[in-house]
Write a protein that binds this ligand. Structure first.
Ligand SMILES: [Zn+2]
Length: 296
């Protein structure tokens, strides 16, 4: 497993301008020991960030050159996502969002991303209604995006989600994702298991990982307290996830992709000057977890 961390590390109080945010974070990652960074294309497309403008292709090349200079790879990254739950809302500009997803795929191809993470369309459904409509929507909606990714040699990994209210949500379980991926039936389409989402959704994580087996292509590693709607994105061991059986399941299924820390607070809550120190600790923590997984 290759230790990786999300590229969005600075909080809203940062003094680093948006145009320099990514470049600053990549340097911090490399200095802390990371050799893999998980590009967050949703963040990079925000106003002022490198991939928001007309020159996004040039900016993508620039990110690629910086990665090469630093010795950082982007094997697993995250596509722009939008709440497809809003698909029936006419106020949502789905054309614009679709363009952002396509931009994520094309930028990923240039940056040699092997697995790009997507969220399924996650319309809530009353339990007695089943998920047939949502499943059918997903199969239809993602078809052109999967085609574009496959033509460009980028794999797509659908990530497990969690309920936002009273009702279960499509894409919450390993079974939903396994069924979606098997129906699409392309070797470049797999699953990203998100440990924090699974904990909020009350899933049996070791059993889910075993069930997914070789379909598992990407990991988002973070913790929380398992409370409804509280997807805290804490660093591992700061919430209530029991890690040893999860690490054991990863070993037993032979998972060999990225072990990507997807933390929204560990560094973002700190002043810029202390982020590097926290990242060094997180590198140590990630290495420890991978060693635990590999040692058995
Ligand atoms: Zn995630």
């Amino acid at each position: 497993m290759r230790l990786s961390i999300t590229s969005t590390l600075l909080g809203p109080g940062t003094s680093v301008p948006p145009g320099e945010n990514l470049s600053y974070c990549l340097k911090l990652c490399r200095e802390a020991g990371f050799r893999y960074a998980d590009l967050d294309f949703g963040a990079l497309i925000r106003p002022g960030f490198p991939l928001s403008g007309e020159d996004w292709e040039e900016q993508t090349e620039r990110i690629g050159r910086q990665g090469e200079e630093l010795g950082l790879s982007f094997d697993q990254s995250h596509a722009f996502v939008y709440r497809t739950r809003e698909w029936t809302d006419p106020a949502v500009d789905r054309g614009l969002y679709g363009d952002r997803i396509r931009r994520s795929i094309l930028a990923a191809a240039r940056l040699k991303v092997r697995w790009l993470v997507f969220h399924t369309a996650d319309l809530d459904a009353p339990p007695d209604d089943g998920f047939d409509k949502t499943r059918a929507f997903n199969l239809e909606y993602w078809k052109p995006f999967v085609g574009l990714a496959v033509r460009n040699g980028v794999g797509i990994a659908f990530e497990n989600l969690f309920m936002s209210g009273r009702h279960p949500r499509y894409g919450m379980t390993a079974e939903d994702l396994m069924n979606l991926v098997d129906t699409i039936g392309d070797p470049l389409v797999g699953v990203c298991w998100d440990t924090g989402h699974a904990h909020v959704a009350g899933q049996d994580q070791p059993a889910s990982i075993r069930l997914l087996g070789p379909r598992l292509k990407a990991l988002h590693v973070h913790d929380n307290h398992g409370r409804p709607k509280a997807d805290e994105h804490l660093s591992p061991y700061r919430g209530t996830i029991v890690w040893p059986p999860i690490l054991k399941a990863l070993r037993e299924t032979g998972y060999s992709g990225n072990f990507s820390l997807e933390l929204k607070r560990a560094t973002a809550e700190l002043p810029d000057a202390l982020c590097g120190d926290m990242l060094r600790f997180l590198h140590r923590l990630g290495r420890y977890m991978i060693e635990q997984a590999e040692a058995g």
